[in-house]
Design a protein around this ligand. Structure first.
Ligand code: CTP
Length: 403
């Protein structure tokens, strides 16, 4: 999943030959899962039709303050468009429009929207090489930089004039990549590697049976999604679940048993910055796994179980600078038990959920948690959706690692 998924992208197209490439740009943005609306300057319509862009973006395209074709002329509200946008990108951005943006000129819908927009603004210049280097254009770039607008530099290559040089609009793929990387770079977990465990483990009894538990894996998957959306590179080591996630920042490592999970966690821990162990790992596993299906010959069956390795505790022993988070599911004496686990397993933070709280624990979409950190600060939360709990947890971790 792209970081642009679910974002509202407003694309402003101005009158340059590179406008023909915006059809691909709109398609690429839509493919990321973003919602796209297009506004054009009147001159842009000479280079690409509004019909092409409205078809690709699945939204009407606006280029003037009123709907010209409509007898009951409707005002196209530039303020609404500006507020709707999470990202505004002007591509191609001609020297003329850039100069107007730099100087507060407001003689078309695109410029009025630019002045109304509160979101980050990107612009991808496109012009001939001499125009690109002209002091007046450089002056526009400087002013726009001072306004904190972000330039997607033009590429060097063959220009519409036949000349070769700097001024070609960046290719649509490069524009999308530039914006994705730019957003990732501003995120609080950018550059951090996070290891997350999720779901139950299955401990084999024989080739067809296992000992498992009711963990759905939802909490761990929500933490993985939230961490990836905050820019982290996530390794999600998960026992068998029905959960699914596709995100370019999440690597899923499926495992079955507690021993598999232990092995995989130890492969990644050394290069990890933050480890969050939310899996419901089996505490015991059959001592012997029958090689054939066990037949029901006798009235009773006794299985001998042995302890699994405690993955979390093993990380507490070897951790260097890693921020280590564990979960505790308790039924009684909750705070004391959780504090005990925090100390015993050498954690930085423990997330306590009590089975006594309605809506908390396995299989629900909600959770009610208390965070206890290694300075014994206690932070208690109301019942929330697991995705909200995930973002509370990551905010707490961010505040701790930044402190
Ligand atoms: N955990 C683990 N490996 C295990 C068992 C548990 O990594 N073999 C982790 C869980 O992922 C969780 C934390 O340890 O983050 C707490 O697990 P829990 O079963 O509640 O605690 P235990 O330490 O096993 O203690 P008890 O069963 O006595 O409550």
């Amino acid at each position: 999943m792209s970081i642009l998924s679910g974002k509202n992208i407003l694309l402003g197209i101005t009158g340059g030959i590179a406008a023909y490439k915006t059809a691909s740009l709109v398609r690429l943005f839509v493919k990321t899962g973003a919602k796209v609306k297009v506004i054009m300057t009147p001159a842009a319509k000479d280079f690409i039709t509004p019909l092409t862009l409205s078809t690709l973006s699945k939204h009407p395209v606006h280029s003037s303050f009123t709907n010209e074709e409509d007898d009951n002329a409707v005002w196209n509200n530039h303020v609404d468009l500006g507020l709707w946008a999470d990202i505004f990108i002007v591509a191609p951005a001609t020297a003329n429009t850039l100069s107007k943006m730099a100087n507060g000129v407001c003689d078309n819908l695109l410029l009025a929207t630019y002045l109304s927009a509160k979101c980050p603004v990107y612009f991808a210049p496109a012009m001939d090489l001499d125009m690109y280097k002209h002091p007046s254009t450089i002056e526009s770039f400087k002013k726009l930089d001072a306004f904190k607008n972000i330039m997607i530099p033009a590429a060097t290559g063959e220009l519409a004039s036949g000349l070769v040089g700097e001024g070609r609009m960046a290719e649509p793929e490069d524009i999308v990549e530039f914006i994705e990387q730019d957003i990732l770079g501003t995120l609080p977990l950018n550059g951090k590697k996070i290891l997350i465990t999720a779901g139950p483990t299955y401990e084999a009894i024989d080739p067809v049976r296992f000992i498992g538990n009711h963990s759905s894996g939802k909490m761990g998957f929500e933490i993985a999604k939230a961490a990836a959306n905050l820019g982290a590179e996530v390794v999600l080591i998960t026992g068998p679940t029905h959960q699914n996630v596709t995100h370019s920042n999440i690597k899923i490592v499926p495992v079955i048993s507690a021993q598999d999970m232990y092995n995989e966690v130890h492969k990644y821990f050394d290069t990890t910055n933050i480890a969050i162990l939310s899996a419901a790992v089996a505490d015991f596993t059959p001592k012997e796994v029958a090689s054939q299906k066990i037949k029901k010959k006798s009235e009773t069956l006794t299985l001998e179980l042995e302890k699994t390795k405690d993955i979390l505790a093993s990380l507490g022993v070897i951790k260097k600078n890693q921020f280590l988070v564990g979960f505790a599911l308790e039924t009684n004496n909750e705070l004391e038990n959780a504090k005990g686990k925090l100390k015993r397993k050498n954690l930085n933070l423990i997330v306590l959920n009590s089975l006594n709280d309605k809506g908390a624990g396995f299989k629900t979409d909600t959770n009610k948690v208390t965070f206890i950190d290694d300075k014994e600060n206690i932070l208690e939360f109301q019942l929330k959706s697991k995705s909200e709990v995930a973002s509370d947890l990551l905010n707490k971790i961010i505040s701790e690692i930044d402190a």
